[in-house]
Design a protein around this ligand. Sequence first.
Ligand code: CO8
Length: 373
Amino acid sequence: MHQPAITGSGVFTPPEVITNAELVEAFNAYADLMNARNAEAIAAGEMEPIEHSSTGFILKASGIEQRHVLEKEGILDPHRMYPHFRKRSDEEPGLMTEIAMEACNSALEQAGRRGAEIDLVICAASNMERAYPAIAIEIQKELGAGGFAFDVNVACSSATFGIQAAADMIRTGSVRRAIVVNPEITSGHLEWRDRDCHFIFGDVCTATVIERAEEAQGAHFLVRSTRCATEFSNNIRNNNGFLRRTRPDGMADRRDMQFMQNGRKVFKEVVPMVSAHIGAHLHDEGVAADDIRRLWLHQANKGMNDMIGRKVLGRVPAPGEQPNILQDYANTSSAGSIIAFSQNSDDLVAGDIGLICSFGAGYSVGSVLVERA
Ligand code: CO8
């Protein structure tokens, strides 16, 4: 058996930013357009008008101040409300692969490795650009990696589930060096026309290199243990899929083809699930709450993270102990906890223990207990 270690991590941040003010202005223009178009039906009581969104609500309910996106013009056009991406030929890398390369190269650089030294690529994300060939195999080709590659989708928990799979394979010796990459183009499947959720997500890509600790080239984190759990829930759902055209309503622009959630229920049900999951993981590993130097939590909602941090540590987390990045990135699905880890782990010293935890649709929750070597 080999001891797996995280030896590098990287983040690709799209340069375009949408502030809450810009987002709300576009949404309200869209609402006014739709309400004018449907004025008669609204006056006859056959339709409810679309209410305006508000920056005050967004900040207070979520803690989000802005989000990065791959293309903002289409999203902010009240006649469109989703991004423009150019058509690509089958001969060129897809968009997920393109942003994956940027994050992978940063992670490889930190690990002191080249793509050719990787023998496992896992593309772990909440939605795939196509069904097949696997995105991971295209990334493997672009990296010049060997071995094998496959895609994993457990929504927001994809990264930690991918890390568990990679760490287990390194432990047993079936692979030597893995990269888990999380290209999250959430702007493609967020419903920007829905006031309840239009502010939640942003685009990003993260990557993590995992290899045998004895082969690490520099500073690294031992993966002490991992734990994943799932429990079926319809409270976060997307019904887009390959059976779409077979339905009587066929290719219609249905609301449920994009992200849908009952946010309030998710909040109430997921906080206790995650707190109990982390508590049990730490207990079984003989790690006391006071031994934890840092929690890198999934980045969905500041209030949720505050509550989970308090439950896990048994006190209000000290500044920096549980870093949030969602004010700058919004919810980036599986990438959120990895951004928090990548940007807030350099200061830890040998022996420091931390926990990466992601959670979301499924429901799903994954935790990775790490120790600075
Ligand atoms: N502006 C102004 N008012 C608003 C707005 C808005 N934009 N939206 C809602 N309101 C109003 C509502 O109408 C309601 O009014 P009233 O009280 O009069 O009925 C009031 O504000 C309160 O509404 P809510 O109860 O919905 O508000 P909450 O306080 O619950 O906050 C949140 C909403 C922020 C969504 C919160 O519930 C939350 O963050 N919940 C957790 C969500 C979560 O963690 N989800 C995880 C999803 S991510 C995941 O698993 C990955 C999925 C795959 C990625 C998909 C990418 C697209």
